[in-house]
Write a protein that binds this ligand. Structure first.
Ligand SMILES: [Zn+2]
Length: 394
């Protein structure tokens, strides 16, 4: 069994625990609220009333009702979740993890709301348009459209949305660029450029990722990471990201997401034909855009049910990318040092509860990732990466 004390000092373990105690109620609270608000709005006539009132501001036609109703539902979600979001921001500030000014916090929230509301409104108008124009077969077109939307967003969001939040500059020549270029060349993955994002205006946390598919693919390193991690550790993070590219994880993830979206539309169509649900929502027919709150509730419940499945698969994919990074770098001691540094700088939960892993964790816990690196060293006849405690168990 991997022991926490092998890799973390008592002070680091205590700090992680103290942060976890503060953050856990906020996480579960915002999850419960994110589920409860759509359920209350959608499975009672409350949401239909809200959508109708919003639509009246635009004349009460079906297009205005669908579009303005979508914006109103998003606005209610934003306002009800605001206290917990503000509280989380204050906690992250106190832990030194958030460096955002309140002005930037407001700008981020505003942009996020604008993008989400515009997208939801557009989808709602198309959705109810299809139901009106193709009463018998709308769900087939909607299912294909939902799949296409997932694929389009996966390609477009990094290109269109990332620049709205961050500035990207090419990584300057130096030891880090040298180490990363060497890693990219060794992987054989085609990468357009290695760029640095100005994450430090929001956070002191460290991270790196690969974005884009094919010719637009680039390695993005947060500037915080460049400042705080050793070049070979950043290269080990990049190796993990290249593992995602080499195994086409983004592409397959997008395709599975597209199939999932199509299936979800079919389930939604069946549910919207079930009259007890419509009655509960206070509408007589699904093609009435006042059913939008019910659609949002069904989508939220479906998403909550699919979340743990998605996370379980994601943790497998992440472990595979970790294995790729170990094969590429052949430096388990660097991987252990990097995992240690990520966990300490990000004040990660070092001993997450199994329920928290199931509900929230897209990556394996740090101890599992370190154990994987140690196991790799063992099977490849390399020395065990150094431990903090000399009495560490095997
Ligand atoms: Zn990953």
């Amino acid at each position: 069994m991997p022991a926490l004390e092998d890799d973390f000092t008592p002070a680091e373990i205590a700090r992680s625990l103290a942060r976890k105690r503060e953050v856990t109620p906020l996480r579960y609270g915002s999850m419960a609220l994110g589920l409860a608000v759509p359920v209350v709005l959608g499975f009672t006539p409350l949401g239909a009333g809200l959508v109708r009132a919003a639509g009246l501001l635009g004349g009460g036609g079906w297009i205005a009702t669908a579009a303005l109703g979508a914006v109103a539902l998003q606005l209610v979600m934003l306002l009800l979740e605001l206290p917990l979001s503000l509280r989380a921001e204050i906690v992250n500030r106190r832990w030194g993890l958030s460096r955002r000014s309140w002005r930037l916090y407001a700008a981020d929230a505003g942009k996020g709301f604008g993008i989400g509301a515009a997208l939801f409104a557009a989808v709602a108008v198309v959705f109810y348009g299809l139901m009106r124009w193709l009463p018998g077969t709308w769900w087939v077109v909607a299912a294909v459209g939902a799949a296409g939307l997932v694929v389009a967003l996966s390609f477009l969001l990094p290109v269109l949305v990332e620049p709205l939040f961050n500035r990207f500059t090419p990584l300057a020549d130096g030891p880090l660029r040298g180490a990363l270029t060497e890693m990219v060349d060794a992987s054989g993955v085609r990468v357009r450029d290695i760029v640095v994002s100005d994450a430090s205006k929001r956070t002191s946390a460290v991270n790196a990722y690969v974005s884009g598919i094919g010719r637009t693919r680039r390695v993005v390193v947060w500037d915080t990471t460049v400042e705080q991690a050793a070049p070979e550790e950043v290269a080990a993070v990049a190796a993990h990201e290249l593992g995602h590219a080499a195994r086409r994880d983004v592409l397959y993830g997008t395709l599975v997401g597209a199939l999932g979206a199509a299936a979800a539309v079919c389930v939604l169509a069946a549910a919207l034909h079930w009259s007890p649900l419509l009655t509960a929502a206070g509408v007589t027919h699904a093609s009435d855009p006042r059913s939008l709150a019910l659609v949002m509730a069904l989508g939220t419940v479906g998403g909550a049910l699919a979340g743990p499945l998605y996370n379980a698969r994601s943790r497998q994919v992440e472990a595979r990318a970790d294995a790729y990074a170990l094969d590429l770098t052949r430096a388990p001691e660097t991987v252990v040092a990097m995992q240690r540094r990520l966990a300490v700088l990000n004040i990660a939960d070092l001993a997450p509860h199994p329920l928290a892993v199931t509900l929230f964790a897209s990556h394996p816990p740090t101890v599992a990732r370190i154990a994987q690196a140690r196991a790799w060293a063992r099977t490849h006849g390399l020395p065990d990466p150094p431990r903090l405690s000399p009495t560490g168990s095997q």
